[in-house]
Design a protein around this ligand. Structure first.
Ligand SMILES: Nc1ncnc2c1ncn2[C@@H]1O[C@H](COP(=O)(O)OP(=O)(O)OP(=O)(O)O)[C@@H](O)[C@H]1O
Ligand SMILES: [Mg+2]
Length: 206
């Protein structure tokens, strides 16, 4: 039996890592086999992507997007697909929707971004954690300077607009990511439980 592929997307600090971990715990507590993973990965290609994001490595805009895609191809072939073939539920923090949203906000042609990502496996369930960039920014422990804040907010507003339209195109479920960690977690669990028919058909249980 094949597993299910659940993707969690959203802006920086939307709560993806927090909520992916809580969702994984919730599903394990329901008796399901779960693998929690993320992109960029901790592998060499993910490491190069992160180095480029941190400006430790200079790389052109399209080359960076292709690096994310190379990391994704490797991630799918070596981790996601084998886990799914073993019947695991794979919870993935960021996937190709991040490339589409952030790439578009970096002025890369959307059709080009779409064409290089469209053949990757689609999630069985995609969740988009929607949050105002300012609210997300305020979750940072240390505030950056006002100027950086302004630049970041402008860019992240563009990313958010892109996510909203991508969510419609790829049928991602939009989740209100405002409120406490617990409140957001309950919103997510409700949707995922319904999707997996937890408390009903336990066909994904061990
Ligand atoms: N609902 C929430 N309310 C307040 N703080 C939150 C909430 N969710 C997460 N946080 C806090 O916000 C910070 C960022 O959360 P998290 O790392 O989960 O976000 P992320 O979406 O994975 O971010 P990034 O894209 O930067 O990796 C953490 O310090 C986390 O504890
Ligand atoms: Mg994160």
């Amino acid at each position: 039996m094949t597993g299910k592929f659940i993707v969690i997307e959203g802006l920086d600090n939307a709560g993806k890592a927090t909520q992916s971990a809580l969702l994984s715990e919730h599903l394990r507590a329901s008796g399901l086999k779960v693998i929690l993973t993320k992109e960029p990965t901790n592998g060499i290609l993910g490491g190069m992507s992160k180095a480029a994001l941190n400006k430790e490595l200079t790389i052109s805009g399209k080359a960076l997007q292709l690096l994310f895609c190379a990391d994704r191809a490797h991630h799918l072939e070596t981790e996601i697909e084998p886990a799914m073939n073993k019947g695991f539920i794979v919870v993935c923090d960021r996937y190709f929707f991040s490339t589409l949203a952030y790439g578009f906000a970096s002025n890369i042609n959307y059709k080009w971004l779409r064409s290089v990502n469209i053949s990757f496996r689609k999630p069985d369930l995609g969740l988009y954690l929607d949050i105002d960039p300012k609210t997300a920014f305020l979750r940072l422990p240390k505030q950056e300077s006002t100027l950086q804040l302004f630049d970041n907010l402008q860019k992240l507003s563009k990313v958010r607009q892109a996510y909203l339209s991508i969510s419609k195109e790829f049928h991602l479920k939009k989740i209100d990511a405002n409120g406490s960690i617990e409140e957001v977690s309950q919103r997510i669990n409700k949707i995922v439980d319904k999707f997996l028919n937890i408390n009903g058909n336990k066909s994904y249980a061990n």
